[in-house]
Design a protein around this ligand. Structure first.
Ligand SMILES: NC(=O)c1ccc[n+]([C@@H]2O[C@H](COP(=O)([O-])OP(=O)(O)OC[C@H]3O[C@@H](n4cnc5c(N)ncnc54)[C@H](OP(=O)(O)O)[C@@H]3O)[C@@H](O)[C@H]2O)c1
Length: 223
């Protein structure tokens, strides 16, 4: 059975991705501080901003010889703030939450993929990560996601001919309880559901999806 590691598995998107991949027959390793609702997955509460803890965790799951073929890196967070408001602390916070949490896992898992014939990294970007006009009021968030998206390019350059690829999923606004309460006047029908994103992520893991290269999948619906 194919195994997939999902980080941020307790989140809005994470729980939908775990459910979808389990329905498709994957064995799931998951990082989540709250294992509620993640029945059937092997869950560990790892702080992914802690490089030492990430290294130990990846070591522990890869030592089990569990045929991990992909990692879906969903940990991340959002913050408002324009150039005037974004100080060093604001930059650091988003850098750690969005970039380090991806980078540490990528770095720890890469040798395993290299030794086992390859693997897929699926990262989560955002529009402010590559469109400056969308980052005007979310400077730290946009900058941190831009690093995530460039990390995918570096992985693709490094992984060429090694069977190692990276893809980036770019959601517009996800239909979450938090977004509904933050934007009560918006029309959530125009947003994208976590289930639709989970389907898109699963597609990347299929035999067809695996042949895509340097993928940036923009899942926007109407927003
Ligand atoms: N929501 C949107 O509209 C939207 C739009 C574009 C992109 N995205 C991106 O999509 C991804 C998922 O979004 P979401 O709405 O599903 O987020 P979410 O519900 O807030 O979930 C985030 C997850 O990250 C985990 N996490 C936070 N800090 C962590 C840390 N230091 N170590 C380990 N885990 C940590 C959280 O676990 P705990 O609950 O234990 O803290 C949670 O499971 C994020 O990368 C986000 O930036 C979201």
């Amino acid at each position: 059975m194919k195994s997939v590691l999902v980080t941020g598995a307790s989140g809005n998107l994470g729980s939908a991705v775990v459910k979808k991949l389990q329905n498709e027959g994957c064995h799931i390793f998951a990082t989540a501080r709250d294992a509620n609702g993640l029945d059937g997955a092997e869950v560990a509460p790892v702080d992914l901003t802690d490089e030492t803890a990430v290294d130990a965790y990846i070591q522990s799951i890869t030592a089990k010889n569990t045929n991990i073929k992909a990692v879906i890196l969903l940990v991340g967070g959002f913050a408002m703030g324009d150039l005037n408001q974004t100080d060093a602390a604001a930059l650091q916070k988003m850098y750690k939450l969005n970039f380090e949490t991806s980078y540490f896992v990528v770095r720890a898992l890469l040798p395993y993929f290299e030794q086992n014939g390859g693997g897929q990294f699926i990262l989560i970007g955002s529009r402010p990560g590559f469109q400056a006009k969308d980052a005007i009021h979310t400077v730290a968030y946009g900058l941190s996601k831009s690093l995530v998206m460039y990390l995918a390019e570096i992985i693709n350059a490094y992984g060429k001919d090694k069977g190692i690829t990276a893809a980036v999923i770019v959601p517009s606004t996800i239909d979450t309880p938090q977004n509904r309460s933050a934007m009560p006047n918006a029309n959530p029908d125009k947003w994208v559901s976590a289930d639709t994103l989970a389907d898109s992520i699963y597609f990347l893991l299929t035999d067809t999806g695996k042949q895509l290269r340097e993928t940036v999948l923009k899942v926007y619906n109407e927003s």
